[in-house]
Design a protein around this ligand. Sequence first.
Ligand SMILES: [Zn+2]
Ligand SMILES: [Zn+2]
Length: 133
Amino acid sequence: MRLKKVKLDPEKQAQFIAQVKREQAQRQQGYREKALAILPHICARCGREFAGKDLRELTVHHKDVNPMNNPPDGSNWELLCTSCHDDEHQEGQRQDFYGGYATAGSQEESLGHNPFAGLKGLIKPESGESESE
Ligand SMILES: [Zn+2]
Ligand SMILES: [Zn+2]
């Protein structure tokens, strides 16, 4: 029986989570506003409509679960109410909610991984299969 708490103590963890949530909320605000501006204020899953202060419950889901992928045309966004958003991520992690922080410390990993893979296809559609290296 050795339950070593080598990591953060609960208090620090709570602080960390609070901070992450704040940062994430700030970051989310940018595309959230855009998403709300171009998408109908309806949960894409349950069809519930949102207006006024209820809008807070409407969250932006990234279809490819990549929070860095925010095309201005909204093609990667889906508005979901909080409970539907939870359902949507039941199997996976809420990566788009917690951003790269979910995998603490490996932010570069998610940076080098998803967005560039997506961009490549967008920018160079004709790059073919160049397996050069
Ligand atoms: Zn819903
Ligand atoms: Zn989501």
